[in-house]
Ligand binder design. Sequence first.
Ligand code: GLY
Length: 349
Amino acid sequence: MTIRVQLGDRSYDVVTGAGARHSLATTIASVAPRASLVGVITSEAVHALGWDDVDTGLARVTVVVPDGDVAKTLSQAERVATELSRHSLSRHDVIVTVGGGAVSDLGGFVAAAYLRGISVIHLPTTLVGQVDAAIGGKTGVNLPTGKNLFGAFHQPLAVLCDDDFLATLPPREIANGYGEVAKCSLLRRRSAETLATLPISDLVRDAIALKAEIVSADEREGGSRALLNYGHTLAHAIEALVIDGIDLDIRHGEAVAVGLMFAAHLAEALGRIDSRGVENHRATLQHFGLRGDLPSGLLVDELVGAMARDKKAHHDFTFVLDGPVGPEVVAGVPRDVIIELLVAAGGVR
Ligand code: GLY
């Protein structure tokens, strides 16, 4: 199946299905015909599985980065770019990322800045990469003060989402992707009952289609793209505390599940939805095997501080919240309501 992201002369295809990676060489020949060298950026685990050994049809240089978010630093970006430069990767050439969201974020960022911008194609190997990170052109690295605070918009030339990559993912990594799929289902305003009638594979394709639709309508997040941050205000705050060094083993999609449940309670507290709406959030998460409970022991003041630093906050507390017409961006959410609900969720004062 092919889903088009419509961005005028920067439009591109997201190709899904088993074996999608095998179209890489023909894709490069078609969208980057002047390329003669491919800079493959991949992670240690993906490299160990040999998944980065995909046919590019051209000469290649491979740069392997550490697994996970530790790769998303400016020093890793410098290391990767220096390695590509040593091999004389030129403006006509292309970067191909093969890995999860951290690899496409880092590799996309390097592509945005290397020689002031060269082409990139993403082969996301995780569910969260396929339904979210690799699509839409958001690239970047983390700063000590928070996630994704340093980056650029840089659309890929194509995204190849191969189902084969997903077949061997551990259950926890699938759950990581389901956090984003659950988010999309709630953005579509699906009831948990409807959800139960749909195959998961359809819900995954639909999440990709929703992302493509929203990015096509609002590439730079001037409006509707902000809806994709549903559940992310608290999720990013939790992840910022992890970057700061708290000992918490939580994946992005799990943090998003926590953020979605918190946003539902917040929407209820502000009179935007009733308890059935909250229940629908809980049932939706349950459908995907997610719980959405705030991890124990988190300090409320630290979470609130991290939320205030969120790059979408514009100096107040901004959340995507459900309401009578569905999820909307709501600015100016009162601090005392946030604190009260964090305490009710088990946050430590
Ligand atoms: N992950 C949210 C976005 O791409 O806008």
